[in-house]
Structure formats: C-alpha cells, structure tokens
Design a protein around this ligand. Structure first.
Ligand SMILES: [Zn+2]
Length: 489
C-alpha cells in the first residue's frame, strides 16, 4: 500500500504587507522531508510515523512552508501547486494521499487556497483514492476542503502540541478506508462566530469546554473522529470563523448531529469569547506592582506566529517612558544587527531599533547600550514546542544591554518566542528579569508559563491586535458575531 505525503502550509494574514513570494517558502523534497520533520512533533512526523505503525509505504514528495506572513503571490501559488501535482501524477498511482495543509492559506487568486489544492488533488487522483488532510486549529475551514477530502483532522490544542498525533490519527483512518474497514462521511458546521485571539488558549475556559465537547463527540459509537477549528481572524475571507467537523462511519445523520451539537454548544458560549485586555501602560504598571518576576507580557498586536512584523516597539517605548527596568524582549531588526556586528562585542553604541517594517507597530526607538553577545541565531529545542518545531533560526543575532536597564535580543530573521532556548543560546537567562515580553498570545506559553510569576495579555495595536475593530474587512460573512451582535445560528 502506497500513500503520497505532500502539502503546503501557510497561515495568511491578509492585513500583513509582507507578501508570501516563492523565495520566502522553504521547500523540502523526498528525504529532506524526513530529515527535517521525522524527529519532530509536526504533522509530517505523524504522517511519516504511519508507515511503521500500519505497515504501509508513505512516500514524501514535496512540502512547502513559510511563516505566517501576507497573501501568497499568484506566482508562488502556481509554482508550488504545479510541483505538488506534477509529483503526485508522475510518482503515482496511489492507494491514498496525505495532505499537510494549514487551512488559512490565501493567494492573490484564491481566497480559499487550501480548498483549491484539495480540489485539484481530488481531480487528479479521482473519487476512489482516499485523501486525508490535517489542518491547524487556526484554519478557516471551507466546505470545499471537506468535500474534496475523505478524512480531515485538526490540531486540538493551542499551543499546538499535538500535530503529530492528529496526523497519525488521520493516516490511520485513511489506511482503514483503503482496507475497506470503514467508510468515512464528514459533516461540517460553521456557526457565524469568530473568537477573539486572546480567548484561544485551550487550557482555559471557554475553549477548554469546547475541546471537551469535541472529545465527548468522539466518544459517540458511530463517530470515527471529530475536530474543532478556532478560525483565524486575520484572514479576511468569507469562511473566517469557527467550524466543527464530525466524521462518522457511513452515517451522515450521525456526523451532522455530532457537528451540530458541538457548534450549538459553542455558539451558546459566544459572549465568553469577547474580551478586554489592558493597554501597554496598564500592563507594565501591573507587572511592576508584582512582588516577583518574571511577569511575562504577551504582545498580542505583534504575534509573530500570527503573521506580525516581530519588530513592534510599543511596549519597549512604554517601558522606557515609565522607567521600567530589568526588562527583556526580542526585536526583529536586521539593519540594527548589522550595525552592532560592525561595532563589535563590548562596544558602546547608540542606534534606533525596531518599528521599521510598517507603520502599525510603533516607531524605531533610540537606545544606547553595550553589545554583549553576537550569535549565529541557531538553536534547538527537543521538547514539544508550538507547532512541533525542533530547529530554529533567528539569523545572526545580537544581545544589546541598554542604559535603561533593558536587554534586547536583536534578530535578523523573524523568530517566534516559543522556546526559552532562543534566550539561553544567546547567553540570556530570562528567569532573572522582572518583565519579559513575549510576542504572541498562546504560542509562547509552553516556553514561559513554567517560569512566569504571572502572564498578562496586552492589547497592543498591530496586524494581530485583539481589537478586531482595528481592521477593515471586505470578504467576511455578515452577519458574523461579535461584529454583528444580532447574528443567528
Ligand atoms: Zn495555529
């Protein structure tokens, strides 16, 4: 039995001004997919693991991935998808296909880029070849994606610590389908609700209840698996919002009933998904008032994993103005890195850092300080991190200690604050600071929850702000809660 493994993952922030061009994608082929992912906790790892578990051949073809930036250019979509389909055609025939997608990809031509990929794959392999798909919990799922796949599973935890088991589960159901043991039927429900990014942590209410309902639905005897997608509110597409999927064994009413039950229960909780978070000023005052650190401030408006610029200076500027000391944060700024490298370790320097990508994340802030460390920015974390990544590359990086009592890790690539190894590898011990800024909402939790005396979500402006009234949407459904409070389901 031969299964093809292929895909493209991109979480498109349609408000970001950084386009996803072909050059920005990392493309892995054949054994490169194995060496990059097999030992990780990612979707691809779960698909690859299926080979041994179920005694089938899983053939890695091509996988393309880039960080969550702006819209995929038509050129990039055409070139990547052409390669995916060429390889699927040339290396076939297949008994099954395993698709590694995100579910919130938007190209210049296709608002539902993932749906377009599934439709093309289905058209190529025909109706009789089972197609499995694993999506991120932040997918804006469409009927097109579900109609063109046989079984879909979505990550069930945010931070995403379970891509590997979800992909393995998907592959198992596909293998069982090929063997004629089951006949999956999928039902998708899409209540008109989008949930605030600061309410998407699955370890806390209200999401904890939503996930529990999903696990209860899976316990129904006729249900093979079920999933919830939280949606991705920074992708301005028609299907933006939550969705609920149930997969039954040949029983469409049972699948529909389970999906509707999950959706109805979440819909009834919709008011709990709307929140107010403190401003940078308020959050820093709260942090200073704590007896012990580190107080970790989540920079929600500069959520790197959500497609932001990684160079917001909003909290830094506020900390400087308020005189907050013992303060640590990273900033993406390749220009500043180059200046510091030129200046050399131990040199004193004055320069403007951050705030250079666009005009939504503050202005460059002038700082004076000492260049303490220069590194290649490569680090590794073998423990589960958000998304299952193990190897990280921040590009050439510099540790700057400023006269304000701030430590700034300047990076030359946009690297998420999802592991403390980012800091340790540069000689920084985050445990020693009173205030640590982590750019993100949920993804930094596995890294910083173990050391934080308190975590505060901060309502900073930016392309991933929790204040959705900041954005002008053109394609989303109306009515959609909470934009239209009279939306009905
Ligand atoms: Zn996600």
């Amino acid at each position: 039995m031969r299964l093809a493994l292929l895909g493209m993952t991109h979480e498109t922030n349609t408000f970001s001004r950084v386009p996803a061009t072909y050059d920005r994608f990392d493309i892995f082929r054949d054994d490169e997919i194995v060496s990059q992912y097999a030992e990780s906790q990612s979707t691809n790892a779960g698909f690859l693991e299926a080979a041994n578990r179920f005694e089938v051949d899983v053939v890695p073809l091509t996988f393309a991935n880039t960080g969550p930036i702006g819209t995929i250019t038509k050129d990039a979509f055409d070139r990547i998808v052409r390669e995916l389909l060429d390889r699927l055609r040339d290396d076939g025939p297949w008994d099954g296909v395993l698709l590694s997608l995100h579910g919130a990809a938007v190209s210049e031509e296709y608002p539902d880029a993932d749906g377009e990929i599934t439709a093309r794959v289905r058209a190529l392999v025909g109706l009789n070849v089972p197609v499995g798909m694993t999506l991120d919990l932040h997918a804006n799922v469409t009927q097109k994606m579900i109609e063109n796949t046989t079984v879909a599973t979505f990550y069930r935890s945010n931070p995403h610590l379970d891509p590997r088991p979800r992909a393995l589960e998907c592959a198992e159901l596909i293998v069982q389908t090929i063997r004629g043991e089951i006949r999956p039927v999928q039902a998708l429900e899409m209540p008109p609700v989008v949930i605030n990014i600061v309410k998407q942590f699955t370890g806390e209410e209200p999401m904890a209840s939503v996930i529990r309902d999903c696990e209860d639905a899976i316990q129904r005897p006729e249900i093979l698996t079920a999933s919830v997608a939280q949606g991705y509110p920074y992708s301005d597409v028609e299907e933006m919002g939550m969705s609920f999927l149930a997969v039954s064994d040949g029983d469409e009413p049972a699948a529909r009933d389970a999906a509707r039950w999950m959706a109805q229960r979440a819909w009834e909780m919709r008011e709990q998904f709307v929140v107010d978070t403190p401003s940078a000023d308020e959050a820093l005052q709260m942090a200073v008032a704590e007896e012990y650190g580190p107080v970790v401030l989540m920079d929600v408006g500069d959520n790197i994993g959500g497609g932001s610029s990684a160079d917001s200076t909003i909290i830094l500027e506020t900390a400087k103005r308020l005189g907050v000391k013992s303060y640590l944060q990273s900033l993406y700024d390749p220009e500043a890195v180059a200046v510091c490298v030129e200046s050399g370790i131990g040199s004193r320097i004055t320069l403007a850092v951050g705030g250079k990508t666009d005009d939504m994340h503050g202005s460059p802030v002038e700082v004076s300080g000492t260049v303490r460390v220069i590194t290649d920015g490569l680090y590794e974390d073998p423990t589960p991190t958000h998304g299952g990544f193990r190897y990280f590359d921040g590009g050439t990086s510099v540790v700057l200690e400023t006269e304000d009592g701030h430590t700034i890790l300047l990076t030359s690539k946009r690297s998420m604050n999802t592991t403390r190894e980012q800091m340790y590898s540069a000689g920084i011990v985050p445990e020693r600071y009173k205030v640590v800024v982590a750019k993100g909402v949920v993804s930094p939790r596995p890294a910083y929850e173990p050391i934080a005396s308190r975590i505060i979500l901060v309502n900073t402006p930016g392309v991933t702000t929790s204040d959705l009234s900041f954005f002008e949407y053109h394609r989303r459904r109306t009515p959609l809660y909470p934009f239209e409070e009279d939306a009905r389901y």
